[in-house]
Design a protein around this ligand. Sequence first.
Ligand code: CTP
Length: 404
Amino acid sequence: MQNKKTVVLGISGGIAAFKAAQLTSNLIKKGYDVEVIMTEHATEFIAPLTFESLTKHNVMVSTFERVADRSVKHISLAKRADVFVVVPATANVIAKFAYGLADDMLTTTFLAAACPKIICPAMNTGMYENPVTQHNLELLKKYGMEIVEPDNGFLACGDIGKGKLAELALIEDAIEMALYPDKPLRGKKVIISAGPTQEAIDPVRFISNHSSGKMGIALAWCAKALGAEVTLIHGNIHEHIPYGVETQAITSAQEMFKAFQAQSTDADIIIKAAAVGDYRACDVAEHKIKKKESSFTLALTKNPDILQWLGEHKQAHQVLCGFAMETEHLLENAEKKRVEKHCDLLIANDLKAAGAGFGVDTNVVTILSDGGSIQYPCMSKREVAFTVWQRIIAILKQKGESLC
Ligand code: CTP
């Protein structure tokens, strides 16, 4: 219990306050200790009892409540907070935060807290776009706070525009990423590829594979949590894209190749986790191919090997990391790929190992480098991703890079 991270959740008085209940429940299920502070106005939208039932803590509204050890509650909570998130943050509370006003429990605790702070605005479009609110948000960014931008959508006032509370999954990402205080990849540009490519045969069909993109997405999540600027070049995937990750969607291997050719020069670290189709149809039929004979032969031509090209064009400061998915002779095949494609690291996974493979949340990998190979036990894809990043950070240090 003592090792639990404490998330202080501030709730101000907007209609999106009801969404804070779902967020609280999600955070509790993930094992966080959640302490809720509400403004008086927030209690008009949703009852404190909802949060007390979920968190098993009293919800604080007034500045004059005290805890058993007689310490002033807003100070004790501010000291205990590992992260402070405000959901929803109204224009009013944002203005108070920006100017250090402290006239209730939420604003006083917020001012006293030194932990990472995340503001999730939700309000009417006019209020959000008002230069005063924008200026206040800029001030908060300058003070180092994270602003999780609201979405465009249908608002409670009936307007359609920007001001809808960001998706909870993105807010949860921002919270969990903030819980990594070290940002060794700050200032580094990272490009990660994920998911399958699709090679068209005719307007109806394509050749593809079972890749879900989960491994590449886990790598992007961790890179962002460690402070990097991340671009995900991805094929057709249905997974949640992590908070703060730039994306470029592609369909075919040739499109992915073009995307890398355009962007790779600027990158410090490139990870090729995508399952790229090795071949494409020589000719893509203009109309649907009709069935005729009992057998059918499709002529295929080889796609460019993107990782090979990246290896051949690698700059001195760049770290290149490839993947190898094998069903036999894992180490032998993976080592051949590592050398031929000039990779600093090659992550090999055996499709047949229990806990590895397409679409699952775990992986079993062996990481190969010029120093040899290390086999890791079955881990969650996020744990695998952190392991890969630790290895990359070690390489950056060997190259003499000064990391934050
Ligand atoms: N790769 C690539 N471009 C291709 C094929 C593969 O960039 N046209 C990359 C993958 O993203 C991965 C690595 O090369 O990082 C290895 O991919 P894999 O499919 O395991 O092997 P291949 O190189 O395609 O070789 P083979 O199909 O013979 O196993």
